[in-house]
Design a protein around this ligand. Structure first.
Ligand code: GLU
Length: 640
């Protein structure tokens, strides 16, 4: 994992704050730091108010909080400045897609560690007018010179921390193309308006929060000179919470994009600078100007699968997320998970096993559908899932995980013959609580967006495009490092993802959205948010705060604080190895979508803020379509 505090000395990089400010005052160049108003660091609301011109949570048009309800629109994002910028767009009459575009631009500035125009993502759009879902797929692509052995070093998979900093890790970024495609196709406001808050923040400065300060300290070792110039002062010191950071290079880049749109990025001087930055790195085939010029998002049909009385709808492969979530949810339904109390040991055991089963099939069959025939229908087939679920037993486990065994993959209808490489040798376990951002927006017309956006690891490759102010991803390390499997490297291919931008529908109407960062753990975080909200009937914020677990392959079960000790003992007694200590998993943003409005919730594990907009609703949708608990119809609680 990048950013190991023990190796790069997070503590030693912590410097006395007064000394830091004195040094910062003397520094010049791209970095400009200063003390922000003291109130700015007190709460997400204050952060948003300090940094977004004209935004005030006390204005009657806005509702701010970790969970809020409003009729006229909603934004829930991991950063309060992003939520505020999106809510202002909605308040001016912009739609959910306009708001999402504004949110992503602001995240690029204030949360540069998690996403930006140097990365990619998946934007799931519900278009109310046509009553249809469109998945704007801006996953990064491998360069045309990429090859299946490019992550091998003398025939052996390269060390992950080393691999992420090399040129072959960097995929052709897709995020700007996604923003422009979404805006042109579904938006209603000009690019100039939507990019404006981001330009103001980059040029005028924004308040460093605790998380960004920590991430800079923990990842500075992988920074190139350009990143050091922007994120550290002239003496190499890390900005502290409450300081003001500007990124003038990024402001200039965004100005060019404001003027010229996607062409400013995918061709011309910025494209040349991207190619030159990549070329300057050690490594094998890297992206070049031609790869950038050839990049284009795809607009995919969503994957859909019923479970309980709802339908899971989301981005299909090349992210494994929503498809795998749907498999797990259907298996849990077949296993009657709702018969068990929300904190019952049996509930966690069933989730742990269902995850391992679904992951076996994910690993065996999923990859970029432009290159691999993925048997999606077979994987989601009820008979197949019933048969897979029937292997799960409350009295034991399917394989000896402690000894490194895994659940064997199943054979779904339509399954091709497959060779699976040794996963353990192929890829990383991403930092479970950090990378990537998920946010959700909705408007008074009923349009809804669920968008997960990433540069892969925290701060991506650690390499900033020289003079341009944005970080480059290391997304191609999501490919298998060993050749042979469905997720092997191929020219122009997109690596398999775990991101899970998801919507839930009932009776043909969207009722809920969910998504999270967290690498491999994303799938389980989002799946449990859906389970807790729609099967156990918790309120949106409770649903994301209810402790969750992660399991896959032969990993020890990761568990959040508040999972009862009895669950750990129960699992261990049956052969389920659990991690010694609990830890927070994911950062889930969710939203209830109702005919009369929206309830957004933002995960308190970062500075997340939900901002609702009090505009009159535009369409009268019937109030009986409120998300409701399935569990209220199920049998009584057991085993609390
Ligand atoms: N690159 C990861 C994926 O697409 C996401 C990174 C993370 O959230 O840690 O699955």
């Amino acid at each position: 994992m990048a950013g190991d505090p023990s190796s790069n000395g997070r503590d030693s990089s912590r410097i006395d704050r007064r000394r830091f400010l004195a040094l910062a005052g003397a520094s010049a160049g791209a970095l400009s730091l200063g003390a922000a108003p003291a109130a700015a660091t007190e709460s997400p609301e204050n952060l948003a108010e300090a940094d977004i011109d004209g935004f005030d949570c006390d204005q009657p048009i806005f509702e701010c909080g970790q969970q809020v309800t409003a009729a006229g629109g909603m934004v829930s994002a991991e950063d309060p400045r992003a939520s505020a910028a999106g809510a202002r767009v909605l308040a001016e009459g912009g739609n959910a897609i306009d708001a999402a575009v504004a949110v992503q631009y602001v995240l690029n500035v204030v949360s540069p560690q998690a996403s930006g125009i140097g990365g990619g993502g998946f934007m799931v759009v519900y278009d109310a007018e046509s009553d249809s879902v469109h998945c704007i797929n801006s996953r990064e692509r491998a360069p045309r010179d990429a090859h299946p052995e490019m992550f091998l070093d003398n025939g052996e998979p390269r060390d992950f921390d080393e691999a992420i900093q090399r040129s072959e890790a960097i995929g052709v970024p897709g995020t700007l193309d996604a923003l422009e495609t979404a805006r042109e196709r579904f938006g209603s406001r000009p690019r100039q308006r939507l990019i404006r808050p981001a330009i103001q923040l980059a040029a005028g400065g924004f308040t460093v929060d605790e998380y960004l300060s920590e991430v800079i300290a923990e990842n500075r070792d992988k920074f190139n000179d350009a990143a050091r110039e922007v994120f550290l002062d002239a003496n190499g010191n890390v900005p502290q919470p409450g300081d003001t950071l500007t990124n003038e290079d990024l402001a200039r880049t965004l100005e060019l994009i404001r003027r010229d749109g996607r062409d400013a990025f995918y061709e011309g001087p910025i494209a040349r600078d991207i190619a030159a930055t990549v070329e300057g790195l050690e490594g094998g085939p890297g992206i070049d100007e031609r790869d950038l010029a050839e990049y284009s998002v795809t607009i995919d049909e969503p994957v859909r699968k019923e479970a309980y009385d709802f339908e899971i709808v989301g981005q299909p492969v090349p992210t494994s997320g929503p498809t795998t979530i749907a498999m797990i949810m259907r298996m849990l339904e077949f296993l009657d998970i709702e018969e068990y109390d929300i904190r019952a040991p049996e509930k966690y055991h069933l989730i742990a096993e269902a995850n391992r089963v679904a992951w076996a099939d994910r690993d065996q069959y999923m990859g970029d559908p432009e290159f691999v025939d993925v048997p999606v229908e077979g994987l989601l087939d009820d008979d197949f899932l019933r048969q897979r679920a029937s292997r799960i037993d409350l009295d034991g486990v399917i394989a000896d995980y402690a000894a490194g065994e895994q659940v064997p993959p199943g054979v779904p209808p339509g399954a091709p013959e497959r060779f699976t490489p040794d996963w353990a040798a192929t890829a990383s376990t991403a930092d479970p609580v950090s990378s990537t951002a998920h946010f959700t927006t909705a408007d008074r017309h009923g349009n809804v967006v669920s968008y997960t956006t990433t540069i892969e690891q925290l701060m991506g490759s650690g390499k900033m495009v020289s003079g341009r102010g944005f970080m480059l991803n290391n997304e191609l390390t999501d490919f298998d490092f060993e050749p042979g499997g469905p997720n092997q490297v191929q020219p122009r291919k997109r690596p398999l993802s775990s991101t899970s931008p998801t919507m839930v529908f009932r009776d043909g109407e969207p009722i809920f959205t969910a998504g999270s960062p967290g690498g491999f753990t994303i799938i389980t975080s989002v799946q449990q948010a859906i389970l807790h909200r729609l099967v156990y009937g918790l309120e949106p914020l409770e649903a994301i705060q209810e402790p969750s677990i992660f399991s896959a392959r032969d990993f020890d079960v990761m568990w959040e604080p508040d999972v009862p000790e009895a669950a750990v003992e129960y699992g261990e007694a049956r052969g389920q190895p659990w991690a010694d200590e609990p830890e927070e998993i994911g950062n889930v943003q969710v939203m209830d979508v109702r005919p009369d409005g929206f309830t957004g919730a933002a995960d308190p594990t970062r500075d997340g803020l939900a901002v609702g907009v009090n505009l009159p609703q535009a369409r009268g949708r019937s109030p009986e379509k409120h998300p409701e608990s399935k569990r209220s119809k199920s049998k009584s609680n057991k085993d609390r």
